[in-house]
Design a protein around this ligand. Structure first.
Ligand code: MRU
Length: 323
């Protein structure tokens, strides 16, 4: 059944975002949204890895799902599975969902295409449950700010932080959403705005630098973001700019919530210092001048009011509440 929102708006179906179809992994090309809805087909693990690297598909759980399908494709093609795993895992360094999903596939037996679909279905189900838990943190008239795209496009369906917004809207709690544009690749201004429009949820895109001023004027009630990797102590890596938002939220006494599935927890990272941060091509920031392009930052756990997973709402100390 296709998920519907109040007012009849229709949510993206998981298989519109990423699917395994015969001998191809089919991806909605997120680089071309919102102007064009175009699909990209991958016929090998290498092609899936390239699609992840170039951000045809992006967002932590979604790249894990795409990699699981890529691994199943490699198995069906009789490719070297050690090499396939290596090429998929090394496509992007920060989101732990990528090595997590490939490890799940390596341990799986039976029909690998079905196992990859199980991973996909489970991620979407986690999003639904996170949305229910996170909606309990909202109140009537909420006007949350979200950063990057933590919607269905980023998770393979429904969304993590944006799933919380969708669940809150369904319950009549979310009045309006502020969407950080998210320089330099505009995941907020292109992808989140597009998803919210499709869901019929009122939203305004803002320049990233406008967040502090809107907070000072009392227009933002909550900050909701996703995560790419969460360390054992709750330190959280997410899209560059998230840390600055958490500092601003703390200054203005606004709750800052991270909404992420347990597949984003990294038991091998003790703190944020153990999380690898991707540096992307500086040309994404400036083609004319020397530039730096760290794609993620780490928000210390001390700035996070709660981390919401499919298991519930976790509060500090996270070493105790996350396991
Ligand atoms: O570089 P991207 O677009 O892959 O970065 C994605 C994010 O930072 C998201 O906020 C994160 O993956 C959480 S998505 C559920």
């Amino acid at each position: 059944m296709r998920p519907r929102f109040a007012g009849g708006a229709v949510d993206l179906r998981p298989e519109e975002i990423v699917r395994l179809e015969g001998e191809r992994v089919v991806l909605l090309d997120q680089r071309r949204l919102p102007d064009e809805e175009v699909e990209v087909e991958c016929r090998s693990a290498e092609e899936v890895a390239e699609a992840i690297r170039t951000m045809v598909v992006r967002g932590a759980p979604a790249i894990g799902v795409a990699a699981a399908y890529g691994y199943a494709l490699a198995a069906a093609n009789g490719a070297d599975l050690d090499e396939a795993a290596e090429v998929l895992v090394s496509a992007r360094p920060t989101a732990v969902n990528l090595p997590w999903a490939v490890a799940q596939m390596r341990q799986a037996d039976g029909d690998l295409a079905e196992r990859a679909r199980d991973i996909h279905r489970a991620e979407v189900e986690r999003c639904r449950r996170m949305g229910e838990h996170a909606a309990e943190l909202l109140r009537e008239g909420s006007t949350p700010l979200t950063h990057c795209n933590a919607g269905g496009l980023a998770t393979g369906g429904y969304g993590s932080a944006l799933g919380a917004v969708k669940a809150g809207f369904e319950r009549g709690l979310v009045e309006h959403v502020f969407v950080d544009e998210t320089r330099p690749l505009l995941q907020g201004g292109r992808l989140t705005a597009w998803e919210l429009e499709r869901a019929g949820i009122p939203a305004s895109v803002i320049a990233d630098s406008a967040a502090g001023s809107l907070m000072a004027r009392g227009e933002i009630t909550h900050v909701l973001t996703g995560a790419d990797r969460i360390a054992r102590n709750g330190d959280t890596a997410n899209k560059i700019g998230t840390y600055a938002l958490a500092v601003l939220a703390s200054h203005h006494d606004i709750p800052f919530y991270v909404v992420a599935p347990t597949s984003t927890l990294d038991p091998d990272a003790a703190t944020g210092a153990d999380i690898p941060i991707e540096e992307r091509d500086p040309a994404e920031v400036s083609e004319r001048f020397d530039a730096r392009n760290p794609a993620f930052d780490v928000t210390p756990a001390t700035l996070i009011a709660a981390i919401v997973t499919e298991q519930g709402v976790h509060r500090a100390p996270y070493e105790e509440s996350l396991p």
